[in-house]
Write a new protein. Sequence first.
Length: 260
Amino acid sequence: MTELQLYATFGADASRQALVVGITALVVLGSLLYWLTQYLMRQQLRTRKQEARIRNRIAANLHDELGSLLLRIQLQTETLLMQPREDEVSLERLLHTTRSACSALRDVAWGLDAEADTMNALEDRMRDMLDQLALSTSLHIRFAVEGMEDVAMLPARLRQELYLVFKEATTNAVRHAQSPVYPAVRLYRQKNSVVLEVQDDGRAMPLAAQAGMGLRNMRRRALAVGGTLDAAPRADGPGFRVRFCAPLHTPAPLKWPFRG
């Protein structure tokens, strides 16, 4: 084979190798682009689903917390308009309902505030509410937080549902408390769960009355965060106890994108 033929053969081989390398590179780049497109589409779909869940939760909270209160305001206002003279009792009832609606609206707004996802923020809000109840009822409400020092952050859903259960249970306990040193509220950690206990020293509620204490809503809130809610007469004396327990969820580990 002549030198010219050798150069020609070598050039052809080099061209074929370059072509193979080029095609391989295109296949790799195409595969990467396809994977990236699919990954971004999955991320976008996941984001849309998360946004939908958040919007549904906001709508449910607005309906649960404000819907019935605003309806009561409407009915009470219509009743007042139909009366020939001012009814002081009805006016006070309307004022109380309006204040409750404003409080519920503040709770919903607080539940959406990302800066409130800390344990300190939750504890501060709980103490503020207990202080307000103590001022309006002259009760000394005991409040203890135990074993939560290493819990800096709380998932937003857990924080919101926990606070609303606390609010409902504490309001009921204040209503039924007999002693000035009750009710008692305790928030503590139990392994990988957070536990809230609210108890009073009043007369234990019969089963028919318990349905009107908001227990159904509290159980639904506990279930929404993978928890449980127990409500029963106290075993250590007169009164009633509500116990909320839910896992302290930690963020799921990030998945390597190729695993889907």
